[in-house]
Design a protein around this ligand. Structure first.
Ligand SMILES: Cc1cc2nc3c(=O)[nH]c(=O)nc-3n(C[C@H](O)[C@H](O)[C@H](O)COP(=O)(O)O)c2cc1C
Length: 259
């Protein structure tokens, strides 16, 4: 039962003709069914994932678009046990932080699905050191770029053309775009990676709670300072079955022509 403050959610029943049974995996995996059954999978078998398969996931990630086609992404793939154990210590700490600080604040925290999720993420934390693979999706931070537009003394020619007010407005817009550009250039790639994992019969979860201790994760993963870490994705063959996602019905979220 969704709580009163939460939007209604429905299973992806439109595809129920196939969702009851396992879908083919590999290159012939049906994209729409893959999307409709790509849940966050936190209970994983410890069996290793072949390096070639992990490389294919990164290849799929590289097919995603990026702002200005800059392609400033880099991925760290961890399969090494001591390295995973070092991440495990940090992971358990941030999960505890999440549960303590946020667990009761996020929408629907008392719902049954949320309680199930908490069980799953506690399981994942307890078994983290056995995670077969973890992928850190990184993107290079942009330089001063748009901020230079705000320096009116350095832009006299632009002021002459556009006027100071228009230039300021433009700079503010460009700053917002700048702030979003890196994230919006890496998350499509992360989604590709998750879809490719699901298409290969692998379970995965998009996570961002490394941001509670970015310094610690950055040190263990050796990520340079000029790169942001946008997602950590633990990956492995799932213990349970894939099933339909529960999302808001399309009729509730679709606005034709105008909101
Ligand atoms: C931006 C973003 C951040 C997320 N961060 C986390 C996270 O830090 N830890 C986690 O376990 N799941 C994280 N998730 C996964 C969501 O919890 C999950 O997609 C959502 O609960 C729906 O679950 P389902 O896909 O199994 O239906 C994140 C998802 C997104 C899109």
């Amino acid at each position: 039962m969704p709580s009163s403050h939460e939007p209604d959610r429905a299973e992806a029943t439109e595809l129920s003709r196939t969702l009851g049974s396992p879908i083919p995996i590999g290159p012939d995996a049906p994209l729409i069914e893959v999307m409709a059954t790509m849940r966050a999978m936190r209970r994983l078998k410890p069996d290793p994932v072949p390096a070639e398969v992990l490389t294919e996931l990164i290849r799929a990630a590289t097919w995603a678009p990026s702002g200005s086609d800059a392609q400033h992404y880099s991925y760290v793939v961890v399969t090494d046990r001591p390295q995973m154990a070092a991440l495990g210590d940090l992971w358990r700490d941030v999960v505890e932080t999440y549960i303590t600080l946020m667990g009761s604040l996020v929408p629907g925290a008392t719902d049954e699905p949320h309680a199930r999720m908490l069980d799953a993420l506690r399981y994942q934390a307890a078994h983290f050191d056995d995670t077969p693979a973890l992928i850190a999706a990184c993107y290079r931070r942009s330089g001063p770029g748009a901020r230079r537009l705000l320096d009116l003394s350095a832009n006299t020619a632009l002021i002459k053309n556009l006027g100071a007010t228009r230039l300021r407005r433009l700079a503010a817009g460009a700053l917002t775009a700048n702030g979003l550009a890196e994230a919006s250039s890496i998350y499509p790639a992360v989604q590709n990676l998750l879809l490719a994992a699901r298409a290969n019969g692998l379970g995965a979860t998009l996570t961002i709670w490394h941001l509670f201790n970015e310094k610690g994760f950055r040190e263990v993963l050796g990520v340079p300072k000029d790169y942001g870490m946008y997602a950590l994705v633990p990956i492995g063959y799932p213990l349970g079955n894939f099933g339909p996602v529960r999302r808001r019905p399309v009729g509730d979220v679709l606005h034709w022509q105008r909101w």
